[in-house]
Design a protein around this ligand. Structure first.
Ligand code: COA
Length: 227
């Protein structure tokens, strides 16, 4: 069964066994497959300066195997946008208590493009929206490649550009701010056929958070009796 776990400073000790495979997967995906050679490290683990105690990870687990993940970093801490790509945001990097920066979203190759159920990637977008609402966020900042924009549009994520796209290492890259609100979350839940929150908050009972309600799926239109 698929589960999406919130992993952060307070419960990281419960997931310590996952971190080595997680950083190795990142190396396989970003360095070996995507050829982002600036992220290469001799130990075969892709770890950067934003993997700090402030980082929050969503781990998508299937029968305890890590099959996808995403990272969120508070924008009051150093972020990709503040430290590496400040020129992508016309008004300067976002630093707001109610906005986290998303990065390193991936699904392992053998689980991409699944059509038997909702895509793992859509589950991750739903899960991070649920996370954001739960802790009172209003948005996510992201430095991304332009090909994400139609994907966000299709799933109902409203992405506001913060500047013009620039070509960086042959990629068209821009900075956006994505709305995080309950309407978006409910719409995503409907797309993936869920009526209840998806996240597992193991070991995080001390975290102050809003509990999200179950939602109702639209009913199929009533069949009119034939004469
Ligand atoms: N450039 C352009 N388009 C890309 C792309 C890339 N590097 N990676 C994926 N896409 C597009 C595909 O063309 C495909 O389009 P289509 O559905 O219209 O045919 C679509 O995204 C689906 O991608 P796919 O990989 O088959 O499945 P997915 O939706 O399950 O997973 C990702 C999408 C991004 C999660 C997955 O491709 C992945 O993990 N990639 C590696 C990590 C990564 O690059 N993350 C983004 C930067 S942090």
């Amino acid at each position: 069964m698929l589960e999406i776990h919130v992993v952060q400073r307070d419960n990281r000790h419960l997931y310590e066994n996952y971190f080595d495979p997680y950083f190795r997967l990142r190396h396989d995906i970003y360095v070996k497959q995507r050829k982002w050679m600036a992220l290469d490290r001799p130990d075969g683990r892709e770890i950067d300066q934003f993997d700090t105690e402030d980082a929050v990870y969503l781990f998508c687990l299937d029968e305890a195997k890590l099959i996808g993940a995403m990272r969120a970093v508070p924008t009051l801490s150093p972020t990709l946008m503040s430290d590496i790509f400040p020129h992508l945001s016309l008004r300067g990097p976002i630093r707001r208590p109610d906005v986290y920066e998303l990065s390193r979203v991936f699904v392992i190759p053998e689980r991409r493009g699944e059509h038997a159920g909702p895509r793992i990637e859509t589950l991750l977008l739903t899960a991070i929206t649920e996370y954001g609402i739960s802790i009172g966020l209003n948005g996510f900042s992201i430095v991304l490649e332009a090909w994400w924009l139609p994907r966000f549009e299709r799933c109902g994520w409203k992405a506001h550009p913060l500047g013009l796209p620039r070509i960086i290492d042959d990629m068209s890259v821009l900075a956006v701010l994505v709305d995080c609100n309950e309407a978006t979350w409910q719409s995503l839940c409907r797309q993936i056929g869920r009526t209840s929150p998806i996240l597992t908050w193991r070991g995080l009972s001390g975290v102050n958070r809003q509990l999200l309600p179950d939602i109702s799926l639209p009913q199929p239109p009533a069949v009119q009796p034939t004469q």
